[in-house]
Design a protein around this ligand. Structure first.
Ligand SMILES: Cc1ncc(COP(=O)(O)O)c(C=O)c1O
Length: 468
């Protein structure tokens, strides 16, 4: 069997995607880094796309790839879905931008309220970054307190108030029992960092202890029930229940960031846990491919936006085209759609994990079992990931990166750090092809290993990649 090393995967990638590379070089002359979003980076450079149709993208290099990135979980219907395209084509001739409201915003708000029992009122923005900021401001106004508790490895956008300890340097992050708050970027003021209380996922006793110790200062706890950018960590049922019970007792606003996990069920991931937060942040799928973020929750908190206690205003908030595309997309995303998507996800996880366990391979598919999945090559077959720190310790960055590059080389486009998000445009054959391709890549990597071909000191950047 052929052996596959990171160096070989990189070499094939460089040859196959050479036009993308030249485009990145040209773009870099006018845009810092080549693109306005550094998460476009895929190993050595971004893959430039010419079009998308259904489940596939076509790259400027002339390759047709099954899209497992789907704009970092946005495109749940795939590309160019007629419901979204037609809704936009109908709306555009009537004008795209007004200093007046239309009826479309309330249509989408009603749809979200009908689906998510904890959401009684909704306010839109242009991105989940902004809606996370709104959620924090609402929590601060509601409680009269300032500090924010968030989890190490939790990503809630790039604002100064929250871009802390999503990707901390392991050697500076302190102990898991008392993690140190660290800024994820230059330019974040120290007072914003000092406002963050950092928690460790699934550490039941430790988290409760920290929340109680800071109760008088804490405005909110913000949490992803399954983390994305910080490594695929799923929270235990009893852990989330403790968060709900303790925050309620201490008068702290509990915010679920469901920007990605709204993909889990018609009621979001909170529906699968059966636990309601005070506020929910939404994004990605709710805009149908156009920029949109939202925060929703209890009327007692949300009404601060109505009675003037909290002021938030953005030129493009709830943009007409975004809410129209979002309503078209979310309407397609009915119970049957979730059953289909989650069926695909379970098939991928069950078949690949059964296969890798049978051959005693450390390759794993991670996640709660909905259409946002993680893949990783662990250090040993028994390794499990229960916290963001586990990623530092047990994910083999070199081999995980080899898998990502080789997926692109063999016709699949995942998120480079080891994530896949599925679309309704995919077929059973697409899923079978993906499963077989992953098996053959892992087998080839392991063949190289048994031939002693692994390079020393290969770049292991897939774990520490910047957030999206
Ligand atoms: C959980 C979570 N929250 C917030 C954000 C920020 O969203 P946006 O990029 O729309 O600002 C993201 C982005 O990926 C996310 O995954």
């Amino acid at each position: 069997m052929a052996g596959l090393t990171l160096k070989q995967a990189q070499q094939t990638f460089t040859e196959k995607f050479s036009r993308s590379r030249s485009m990145a070089d040209v773009s870099r002359e006018s845009v810092p880094g080549g693109y306005s979003r550094n998460s476009f980076n895929f190993g050595p450079h971004a893959v430039f796309v010419s079009r998308g149709d259904g489940a596939y993208i076509e790259t400027v290099d002339g390759h047709r790839l099954l899209d497992l990135n789907n704009n970092y979980t946005v495109n749940v219907l795939g590309h160019h879905h007629p419901a979204v395209t037609n809704a936009l084509l109908e709306a555009i001739p009537e004008g795209v931008s007004f200093g007046n409201p239309g009826t479309h915003e309330a249509d989408l708000a009603r749809l979200l309220i009908e689906r998510i029992p904890s959401v009684k009122k909704v306010q839109f923005s242009c991105s989940a970054t902004e809606s996370c900021m709104t959620a924090v401001r609402l929590a601060r106004a509601h409680t009269g307190r300032t500090r924010i508790a968030k989890f190490e490895g939790g990503y809630h956008g790039f604002s100064d108030v929250l871009q802390v300890s999503a990707h901390p340097a392991p050697d500076a992050a302190g102990s898991a029992a008392d993690p140190v708050a660290l800024p994820d970027s230059g330019g974040i003021p120290s007072h914003d960092v000092d406002n963050i209380v950092v928690l460790t996922q699934n550490d039941l006793a430790g988290t409760e202890r920290i929340l109680r110790a800071h109760a008088e200062d804490l405005s909110c706890v913000i949490v992803e029930l399954q983390s994305g950018a910080g490594g695929m960590v799923v929270l235990d049922q009893e852990f989330v229940q403790m968060l709900r019970d303790v925050t309620r007792e201490l008068g702290i606003v509990l915010i679920f960031d469901e920007t990605i996990s709204l993909r889990a069920s018609i009621n979001g991931l909170q529906g699968l846990y059966g636990i309601s937060p005070d506020l929910t942040v939404m994004g990605k799928v709710i805009g149908g491919g156009l920029p949109l973020g939202a925060v929703g929750g209890a009327a007692s908190i949300m009404n601060a936006l109505q009675d003037g206690r909290v002021s938030i205003s953005g030129t493009h908030h709830g943009h007409k085209l975004s809410v129209i595309a979002g309503t078209a997309c979310m309407t397609e995303l009915d119970e049957a759609a979730f059953t289909r998507l989650n069926g695909f996800a379970r098939r991928i996880a069950d078949e690949l994990n059964t296969w890798s366990q049978a051959r005693n391979s450390p390759f794993r598919i991670h996640g709660r079992g909905f259409s946002h999945l993680g893949y990783a090559y662990m250090a040993t077959p028994g390794d499990v990931v229960r916290t963001h720190r586990d990623y530092w310790r047990v994910v083999d960055g070199e081999r995980t990166q080899t898998i990502s590059l080789e997926l692109a080389n063999r016709g699949y486009f995942p998120v480079h750090r080891g994530e896949m998000s599925l679309s309704l445009a995919m077929t059973d054959e697409d899923i079978t092809g993906l499963i077989e391709t992953l098996k053959s890549i892992v087998s080839d990597i392991e063949a190289a290993e048994s031939n002693g071909e692994r390079e020393a000191g290969g770049a292991a950047d897939s774990v520490a990649e910047p957030a999206l």
